[in-house]
Design a protein around this ligand. Structure first.
Ligand code: SF4
Ligand code: SF4
Length: 303
């Protein structure tokens, strides 16, 4: 019956090469308990499905307005959708001829997702790839995540779990037989800075990082580098010390970009554009040496 468990999925991306080894399919689950100021997938944060409005695509045909049963669409308003009235039914998105309206988040069973993932099995086998489960924070839909990972393992697929680590250790530990590599985000070691920019404490995350390493799991630590926020000398030294303490074997530096910012207006997320510049690959490469240690691989970007 596990195959019938339903999860809220907001994207399934095929032929990905930056979120684990080889060619992979990434399954993005909706919902996240953090509110990172630099979130690159703000449409993933809310656990429920959401209507997105992409104003640059809109041709002003007006077809959506009569399709709305709740009178939530006003063509004269820049933001277009009255978010108090809208119940995210998706009827407007069905009639929009140019996909300027789109429902984010679809209820899919484990069987549905697995069927899509298995389409590319031959690419996984040739490239050493597999499936990556991402979000949002996938552990928020724990039963679905567990069943999906189990189904992937039953098919002999290589699995990567991308997580922010904000999950009870008992639950994370139960996933370890089903996950080949954990990709664990570390935003900041400084408790106050972490709380300020993500909305949550980092106690549990750091504790889980220590426990995964003590349990000899394969863990890639992913560090978003946000100029002027977690890239000061003091912040970088704290991070390097922590990675040394837990004997991290692989570190990926992720220079800040503004792709997520462009999505903010479409979903009315409540997050605001971050007033910091993007970081170039070259700037991130200059910071790479701070994290070098014997036996550790440090790269810029994902792999
Ligand atoms: S999602 Fe439904 S309620 Fe919301 S604007 Fe579209 S049709 Fe109206
Ligand atoms: S149906 Fe689509 S293109 Fe037409 S007005 Fe509505 S959002 Fe714009």
């Amino acid at each position: 019956m596990a195959g019938h468990i339903t999860g809220k999925v907001f994207n399934i991306q095929r032929y990905a090469v930056h979120d684990g080894p080889g060619i992979r399919t990434i399954v993005f689950l909706k919902g996240c308990p953090m509110r990172c100021d630099w979130c690159e997938n703000p449409e993933s944060i809310e656990p429920r499905r959401q209507l997105a409005f992409y104003s640059p695509k809109c041709i002003g045909c007006g077809d959506c307005q009569p399709a709305c049963p709740r009178g939530a669409i006003d063509l004269t308003r820049a933001e277009r959708i009255d978010r108090v009235r809208c119940d995210n039914c998706g009827q407007c998105a069905r009639v929009c001829p140019v996909a300027a309206l789109k429902l984010i988040g679809e209820d899919l069973t484990v069987e549905d997702v697995l069927a899509q993932v298995l389409r590319d099995r031959k690419f996984y086998e040739r490239s050493g790839g597999g499936v990556t489960i991402s979000g949002g924070e996938p552990t928020l839909q724990y039963d679905f995540l567990y069943a999906l990972l189990q189904a992937c393992k039953d098919e002999g697929l290589h699995t990567v779990l991308e997580t922010n680590g904000l999950v009870a250790w008992e639950k994370l530990e139960q996933l370890t037989p089903l996950v080949d590599i954990f990709y664990l985000d570390l935003k900041s070691i400084d408790p106050a800075l972490h709380k300020q920019h993500t909305g949550v404490s980092n106690d549990l995350i750091l504790s889980n990082a220590r426990k995964l390493m003590a349990k000899k799991q394969a863990v890639v630590f992913r560090l978003p580098l946000i100029p002027g926020i977690n890239t000061t000398t003091a912040q970088l030294e704290l991070m390097a010390d922590f990675l040394n303490e837990i004997k991290a074997k692989e570190v990926h530096l992720l220079p800040y970009h503004k792709l997520g910012e462009n999505k903010l207006a479409s979903i009315h997320s409540g997050l605001h554009p971050l007033p910091v510049p993007e970081m170039s690959r070259g700037e991130a490469e200059e910071l790479q040496k701070l994290f070098h240690a014997p036996g550790r691989r440090v790269i810029v970007g994902g792999a």
